[in-house]
Design a binder for this molecule. Structure first.
Ligand code: S3P
Length: 450
């Protein structure tokens, strides 16, 4: 089984970019396939999650050609042949792998199709709650059966039907649920509205706009009129700020360091991590280069002695995926960090409250676990430990970052899962670890198919 071995670093001076955004790549695969023509997608993330969604769209009739690939992973630059909103019945059950985003968005899409389909995933995905999407989609008229051994869980059998538009008040702040309902709403006859209890990432709304599909937002309500045709366009996916976050925390926690992350997504519904690291004492310069569709730019960060902070309830949905590595930053800071209102973490790829708390404790941190979060009393020196990722990509990567600050050699076991979101993570980690002896090369090998 794969593992990462990490020892402490004393300096970090680097400039590089991280692979494409996971959330945006899922949506690029779906909306380009629904469009009325040929779409070029650049900087697609060839992670297992996004490849599963790309293959799902292929199974539904939208073929694609690979122009460039990240060697050993998959396409980064592709041309997708849109099906003008007419998908075909897939030849068999669709594998969503480890991806909650893939399964929930595809369920919304498939609810309104004139055929039956089945979505399944791995053990982790098969234990995550799907009631949050089957409830609103059921209200629209979709017939979705949850066939998991755990009630309300995947596999999902979706008998597509003509959908009725609804106004849906979401009980949880979830961009996946919002997007599933909006996708179903594209196939409903009339106006579908989703009301979120708090702001969530708005990639679906932005990408729909790029494809010429109108949505209307008022406060936290988003409406879509069914029957609009996405107009084919070319799309460049920005770097993933959730992947950048691992290195941003490493640099922030190391006084004297300087890190420049280039061409990363700076969508304000995703940048709460930067605000929090700034509050903890890191010095940052953000430069937004261009703002068509998704804001993209550079983030330069300089390390400083960090201090603890209190994460605001409204910030939680906008840094939910960064909390594992933020907890590592908190352990490296002086003072207390409080993370509450984050019970959603319990239904991610693992129960990320328990996995983070247990692994931080194994490395010597002082942490109190709550049902909805944790409190970290920072400043207790970290020591090496053997950490099991439990198959959760963000746990594997967050604790590799912890290892950069621990005495001794930290071994992270069960790390193949990092390919779920960050192909090339091990390469970037080696470049940072190897900086002591050789100049770091962060370039990931690509191959052109032209
Ligand atoms: C995502 C939304 C978030 C996030 C996930 C990606 C998306 O989940 O945790 O990694 O792409 O819409 P929720 O919206 O369910 O909180």
């Amino acid at each position: 089984m794969s593992e990462l071995r990490v020892t402490a670093i004393t300096s970090l001076h680097a400039e590089f970019s991280v692979p494409g955004d996971k959330s945006i790549s899922h949506r690029a695969a779906i909306f380009s396939a629904l469009s009325n023509g040929i779409c070029r997608v650049r900087n697609f993330l060839p992670s297992e999650d996004c490849l599963n969604t790309l293959h799902a769209m292929q199974a539904l009739g939208a073929r694609h050609e690979v122009i460039e690939e990240l060697v050993g992973y998959g396409p980064t630059h592709l041309v997708v042949h849109g099906q003008a909103m007419r998908l075909s019945s897939p030849p068999g059950p669709i594998d969503c792998g480890n991806s909650g985003t893939g399964m929930r968005l595809l369920a919304g899409l498939l609810a309104g199709q004139p055929f039956t389909s089945e979505l399944f995933g791995d053990a982790s995905l098969s234990s995550r709650p799907m009631g949050r999407i089957t409830t609103p989609l059921g209200q629209m008229g979709a017939l979705i059966e949850t066939r998991g051994t755990k009630p309300g869980c995947a596999p999902l059998v979706i008998r597509g039907t003509a959908l009725t538009p609804i106004t849906y008040q979401m009980p949880v702040a979830s961009a996946q649920v919002k997007s599933a309902v909006l996708l179903a709403g594209m196939f409903a006859d009339g106006t579908t509205t989703v009301i979120q209890p708090a702001e969530t990432r708005d990639h679906t709304e932005r990408m729909l706009a790029s494809f010429g599909v109108t949505t209307r937002s008022h406060d936290n309500a988003i409406s879509i009129d069914g029957g609009q045709m996405p107009v084919a366009c070319d799309f460049t996916v920005p770097g993933d700020i959730s992947s950048a976050a691992f290195w941003l925390v490493a640099a922030a926690a190391l006084p004297g360091s300087r890190l420049l992350i280039k061409d990363v997504g700076l969508n304000p519904t995703r940048t709460a991590i930067l605000k929090v690291l700034g509050r903890m004492g890191a010095h940052m310069i953000e430069t937004v280069q261009h703002g068509a569709g998704e804001p993209i730019g550079n983030v330069e960060i300089h390390g400083a002695p960090l201090v603890g902070t209190c994460i605001l309830a409204a910030e939680i949905p906008n840094l939910i995926d960064e909390i594992p590595v933020l907890a590592v930053a908190a352990a490296l800071a002086t003072g207390r960090t409080v993370i509450r209102n984050a019970s959603e973490l319990r239904v991610k790829e693992t129960d990320r409250i328990t996995t983070v708390v247990n692994n931080l404790r194994a490395m010597g941190a002082q942490v109190t676990e709550f049902e909805d979060g944790m409190e970290i009393e920072g400043g207790h020196p970290l020591h090496a430990a053997e950490i099991d990722s439990s198959g959760d990509h963000r746990i594997a990567m967050a604790f590799a970052i912890a290892g950069l600050f621990a005495t001794g050699e930290t071994i992270i076991r069960n790390t193949a899962c990092v390919n779920t979101s960050y192909p090339g993570f091990a390469h970037h980690l080696q470049a940072i670890l190897g900086q002591r002896s050789t100049p770091a090369d962060f370039t990931l090998p690509t191959r052109s198919h032209l």
